[in-house]
Design a protein around this ligand. Structure first.
Ligand code: AMP
Length: 559
């Protein structure tokens, strides 16, 4: 099938918000695909060049794409910025730019239209070109692709490349469409998708083998499963209430979540985003080989970095371990990590995800020797829970996770079976000194704010963070109006404003950061209130921010 049909379908999806119309259109489209086209088409419709479990990525930067676009459209390139500014949509801006350049220069495309499979093959070639000179090779392939594409096709190719479709057609709707296309019950499709880890592949299997095979699919070792996620609870008491009076509390470690797959001596480790990080964690691989007494298993846990004093190191530090692909041995010594396990999804042919939390935890204890599990209590006593939380925080951990005793493991779902309870640091009152225009739905709104604290000594306002979180749409609209009045000058997308508006900001941690002049940055900053009762001179000082930063090390190891 031609890629044009896929692009036209996506365009139709963007023009409606009616879910059943979308699902019907996609189901009909999928039905018409050849077996080999099914997975690539489904992946691309979801904004993925490859299936989700596939570890390849295109690695094409926006700088490369815009250089190519400049070359292809020459004097028409400024159209891009204009349309991007108006719509906030890169794909739409690419389409408009190509349209104007082609209309004016009468470019005629003599080449055969691109098929879905050809586009996939070229994307594969882009991903597979690595090493010296790969940037140029990738650029040539992208240029070849774009110069053969119609403006509409280019719009969606770019969206696939940057991984952002904005058609409103998400994974859940795709599951519905696949179920409809092949007349297989939704529940069967969902379960298969969760186990296989990719709806595109499930669609392919449906087309190829039908319902019989799909309903018998099981876990695949080395194919990561989407992690179960947690909602937030204010305090341990709220979690107890939410879980019917009794729950299991575990320490919430501030590290990185990993999913471990083991088959005999072979171990592979996946990050929370399902990338294979085995290469950067050889020490964890050894621990798993030595400590998991099962031939086959899928386990979950958290790795944390440990400082010299035995306390956990800030998260930022651990990330250096994950990013490192060379000189791993030195990093293993420099940043030792420790694994804590907290769940087991599968063991020796048996899926455990339908079993209750308590049964999985018991099974985990049986299967593991010498690897610690996250510290846990089961209680219905709010006071005991509060003390447990206090202890966790004093040990340098983030807070607690509450896990409902009878809950199954629900991959990819952020529900109430797991609740996270974090200790928040003292909120700060900060001044908005600049703002940026948002994307997509928020285009035209100043929705991303630079937050600053005053230096007591120099009087200077120093940026300590940036956030687009916390305000409602209505508040953003109002804030945009106010900030525009305070505008001093524009720097591209950014508007520098007179420092007048004070907001209360919550955050989880203060990190050391070279990004800002003060050397610190708030992690997960979000606005909790607009402090119209405070003037900029009453905002918090950089000295206070530094004190809170320092205080973190009473519980955490210093780096
Ligand atoms: P958040 O990332 O804030 O949504 O919190 C959920 C994350 O907490 C998980 O993805 C894990 O990485 C992490 N975590 C830390 N300790 C635990 C635990 N005991 N059980 C489950 N997740 C944990």
């Amino acid at each position: 099938m031609d890629f044009r049909e896929l692009a036209e379908l996506c365009e139709r999806l963007s023009s409606t918000t009616k879910r059943n119309i979308m699902v019907d259109a996609v189901a009909e489209f999928i039905r018409r695909l050849e077996v080999d086209e099914v997975e690539p088409a489904v992946s691309m419709m979801l904004g993925r060049a490859f299936p989700r479990w596939d570890q390849r990525n295109l690695d094409v930067s926006w700088a490369t794409i815009s250089e190519i676009l400049k070359r292809l459209t020459k004097s028409y390139f400024p159209v891009f910025s204009k349309v991007f500014r108006d719509t906030g949509d890169i794909g739409e801006a690419v389409k408009a730019t190509l349209e104007s350049s082609r209309v004016h220069r009468q470019v005629v495309l003599f080449e055969r239209p691109l098929t879905i499979l050809e586009v996939r093959r070229i994307l594969e070639a882009i991903a597979e070109s690595t090493g010296p000179g790969s940037r140029e090779r990738k650029a040539r392939l992208v240029e070849g692709l774009l110069s053969r594409a119609s403006p509409l096709e280019a719009k969606y190719m770019i969206k696939v490349m940057i991984g952002e479709m904005r058609t409103g057609f998400q994974e859940g709707l795709m599951e519905l469409a696949v179920s409809k296309a092949f007349s297989i019950p939704l529940k069967v499709v969902r379960t298969a998708s969760m186990l296989v880890g990719d709806i595109g592949e499930v669609a392919y299997l449906c087309k190829k083998h039908g319902r019989e095979v799909i309903s018998k699919i099981g876990f695949k070792i080395f194919r990561p499963v989407k992690p179960m996620l947690a909602q937030m609870a204010g305090d341990p008491e709220e979690a107890l209430r939410e879980h019917g009076g009794t729950t299991a509390f575990e320490h919430k470690l501030d590290g990185a979540r990993i999913q471990i797959h083991k088959l005999g001596e072979e171990v592979r480790i996946f990050s929370r985003r399902l990338t294979d990080v085995t290469g950067s964690l050889p020490d964890v691989v050894d621990v798993v080989r030595g400590g998991v007494k099962a031939h086959e298993a899928i386990l979950e846990g958290e790795v944390i970095a440990i400082g010299e004093d035995g306390h956990p190191l800030p998260f930022q530090h651990l990330m250096r371990r994950f990013r490192r692909v060379y000189d791993v041995e030195r990093m293993v010594l420099e940043i030792p990590v420790k694994l804590y396990l907290f769940d087991i999804l599968y063991v020796d042919g048996e899926s455990l995800i339908e079993r209750p939390y308590t049964a999985r935890r018991a099974r985990l204890k049986e299967v593991v020797r010498g690897i610690p599990l996250t510290e846990q209590i089961v209680t219905s006593d709010p006071e005991e829970a509060r003390l447990f939380m206090e202890r966790a925080v004093n040990m340098g951990h983030e807070g607690l996770m509450a896990k409902r005793l009878d809950s199954p493991y629900t991959p990819g779902v952020r529900g109430k079976y797991w609740l996270k309870i974090k200790e928040t640091l003292e909120p700060l009152d900060l001044v908005i000194v600049a703002a940026e225009y948002g994307y997509g739905r928020r285009h035209g709104w100043l929705s991303d704010y630079y937050l600053a604290a005053r230096d007591e000594e120099t009087g200077e306002l120093l940026v300590v963070g940036k956030t687009f979180k916390g305000l409602t749409d209505q508040e953003i609209i109002e804030m945009t109006r106010r900030l525009k009045k305070l505008a001093v000058r524009e720097e591209g997308h950014r508007v520098i404003v007179q420092p007048q508006i004070v907001v209360e900001v919550a955050y989880n941690e203060i990190q050391r950061s070279p990004k800002y002049k003060c050397g610190m940055a708030l992690r997960f900053a979000r606005i909790t209130r607009i402090r119209d009762d405070k003037g900029p001179e009453e905002a918090d000082t950089i000295q206070k921010v530094r004190r809170i930063y320092e205080r973190q090390f009473e519980k955490k190891a210093r780096y």
